[in-house]
Ligand binder design. Structure first.
Ligand code: ADP
Ligand code: MG
Length: 326
């Protein structure tokens, strides 16, 4: 099957919101009056971001999910995306599964595939998403103020726990690995929460590299410091519920590493004035997304983490890259 047949068969779909979709030199999008376009790209590379034998349907889902997660963190509503694909061969069974996973999530969020590029080469997937947000209302990393509360959505650390097991660094019971692997391979972008946080959150980002490292980006751009309570973040990993129900022992240090520095969570970390506490809870309820207050923004620079004993912990687990050195 040639490149053009492949595109027509798997990636060309009826145009809905876009002015022009797949098939011409450029796609055309018309932003609505008073809206700004929010644009983000994320690339997934075989061997670096996913295992060569990963389920293609899940890979299609994840490739779009990580991009939608960026729109969520900006409080933007998904509109459309482009897909640049480098494929080692035209394996139709693989491509149709990949497209199914990708387009199912796209339909859930009414995000149209409007164009892209297809070439032979090592497996590599680059998606650019376009979203819209009322002018001036995008959630930025730079708005956190001393006294603001720090929040995270959902659960943290399970994706990293699964990765550690798949890399052979740790052993997990099969049922637990299956549960954690779901989080690694099929993350849920928190789009509805991002939209509900417009006008409430003072800053936001999505947790892709690990909570502490990502929070640090907010601190840097907002010129503030923070205190995070690990006694609140540590139990957020779903594996801790598994440990509570079974005889499986969850090492505290591993639990802390995964939740504080795990990566691949695609949850939102955001700040909001303490006076908006009830509004944040309402935004979480309205979007059916759990939200947990995990600390506060300080005027004093630096990131302080309260340990299990109530004293500040020493941690070098700023992000994924540092995890191995901890
Ligand atoms: P060009 O030669 O102008 O780069 P192409 O021949 O690469 O155009 O692509 C033809 C059309 O198919 C374009 O509209 C392009 O956006 C679209 N397209 C190519 N690859 C993909 C893909 N993987 N997903 C969606 N659309 C694609
Ligand atoms: Mg091209």
């Amino acid at each position: 099957m040639g490149e053009f047949d492949l595109i027509r068969r798997y990636f060309q779909r009826p145009v809905r919101r876009a002015v022009l979709g797949v098939g011409d030199d450029c796609a055309l999008l018309a932003p609505a009056a008073g809206m700004q376009l929010a644009i983000s790209s994320d690339m997934l590379v075989e061997g670096r971001h996913f295992f060569p034998d990963v389920n293609p349907r899940l890979l299609g889902h994840k490739a779009l999910a990580v991009n939608l997660s960026d729109l969520a963190a900006s409080g933007a509503k998904p509109l459309a995306f482009t897909l640049a694909l480098s494929l080692p061969r035209a394996d139709e069974a693989w491509i149709s599964e990949f497209a199914a996973g990708l387009l199912e999530l796209a339909d859930t969020h009414e995000c149209e595939l409007i164009g892209g590029d297809t070439t032979g080469g090592p497996l590599n997937i680059c998606i650019t998403v376009f979203g819209e947000v009322p002018a001036g209302q995008a959630l930025l990393r730079s708005g956190a103020k001393p006294g603001d509360e720090i929040w995270v959505s959902g659960q943290l650390g399970d994706a990293r726990l699964a990765l550690e097991a798949l890399l052979g660094h740790i052993e997990l019971p099969a049922a637990l690995l299956a549960q954690a692997r779901q989080r690694l391979e099929a993350p849920t972008p928190r789009v509805a929460l991002g939209l509900a946080l417009r006008g409430i959150a003072s800053s936001a980002l999505d947790v892709s590299d690990g909570l502490l490292g990502d929070l640090d980006h907010i601190l840097e751009l907002s010129h503030v410091g923070a205190t995070v309570d690990s006694r609140i973040t540590t139990p957020l990993i779903a594996a801790s519920a598994y440990a509570a129900q079974t005889s499986w022992q969850f090492d505290l240090k591993l639990q802390q590493q995964c939740t504080l520095a795990g990566g691949d969570d695609y949850e939102l970390c955001f700040t909001a004035p303490a006076a908006r506490h009830a509004d944040v809870l309402a935004a979480g309820a309205a979007s059916a997304t759990p939200v947990t207050c995990i600390g506060r923004i300080d005027a004093e620079p630096g990131l302080r983490v309260v340990g299990a004993d109530g004293a500040y912990m020493q941690t070098h687990w700023k992000s994924f890259d540092h995890f191995g050195a901890a």
